[in-house]
Write a protein that binds this ligand. Structure first.
Ligand SMILES: [Zn+2]
Length: 282
């Protein structure tokens, strides 16, 4: 298992069983190792990709002298699906400022997961506030300290789409972030657990850094990541050439196209193509 998954599993104790199974899937272990071993030309590190995605709006991914961006993805020539896991394509990138074609493999699950993540996030979050849905007063029992924080920071917590009224030692929740409910209406138990976790997380933020709330709380983001993963194309799924094209087109519009929701690289470069031989077939 790669370090990314190990770290994630250690950090996230509430991870669902099916996700654990998925991350521990042998195919993924092998893929992660293969990426490291085989992508000698280009091995994107998570740090670089993250720093870069924050810095640049061009979605460039750089490693030494290699640069790929959204245009590389839009103009990719799809060769086909490999082993029901990867999408083989040739894409144009820049190497030391010169345009070069590369043979690359995309992880079909990671690509779809990234597309889902950004599309869902745009639906759940408007850039400032988390969109909310009204619910029939759901009671949530809280301790005195938690109730006090909710009294004092009602406005701040409403940024997350959370609304409630007080009733003795509990709150009656009237609206909830849409992201917590999800697209297929999560069970009440899961929703309540997430809301409580959100409240505790924000109390912790208020106590430790004096009130500057993290607008992407873990309590919400874990559910958003998990939903993006669960609904994505898996290894083993058949993907047609036209679906591959649609996938890469959607990926090219993403803000951070070269990482899946969990930080795994979506693409590995296998080789640089000689300029006079460009007709590869799968
Ligand atoms: Zn996933």
């Amino acid at each position: 298992m790669s370090q990314i998954y190990k770290t994630r599993l250690q950090k996230q104790t509430n991870i669902s069983i099916s996700q654990i199974d998925y991350y521990e899937n042998i195919m993924y272990d092998k893929f992660a190792d293969d990426v490291v071993v085989k992508s000698k030309i280009f091995a994107p590190s998570i740090q670089n990709a993250e720093v870069n995605s924050r810095k640049s709006k061009n979605c460039d991914i750089r490693n030494d002298n290699l640069i790929f961006n959204a245009t590389s993805l839009r103009q990719a020539k799809i060769l086909g699906q490999i082993d029901r896991k990867f999408i083989a394509a040739t894409i144009n990138g820049k190497k030391t400022e010169v345009n070069v074609d590369f043979l690359v493999l995309f992880d079909q699950h990671a690509v779809d997961e990234r597309v889902n993540l950004e599309r869902n996030l745009a639906e759940y979050f408007n850039g400032e506030f988390w969109r909310s849905v009204e619910v029939d007063s759901i009671p949530l029992k809280l301790n005195e300290n938690e109730l006090l924080y909710l009294h004092n920071h009602k406005h701040k917590l409403s940024q997350f789409g959370l609304q409630w009224t007080f009733q003795e030692n509990k709150i009656l929740i009237n609206s909830i972030p849409k992201a917590i409910i999800g697209k297929n209406d999560r069970q009440e138990q899961i929703v309540l657990k997430a809301v409580h976790r959100l409240i505790l997380e924000q109390i912790d933020v208020i106590e430790t850094i004096g009130g500057n709330l993290n607008i992407f709380p873990k309590a919400i983001m874990d559910l958003v990541f998990s939903e993006a993963c669960r609904n994505a194309i898996k290894f083993g799924d058949n993907v047609s050439i036209s679906d591959c094209t649609t996938l890469l087109e959607s990926l090219s519009s993403c803000k951070t196209p070269f990482q899946c929701a969990h930080g795994r690289p979506v693409m590995a470069v296998l080789m640089e193509l000689p300029t006079n031989i460009r007709n590869y077939k799968v």
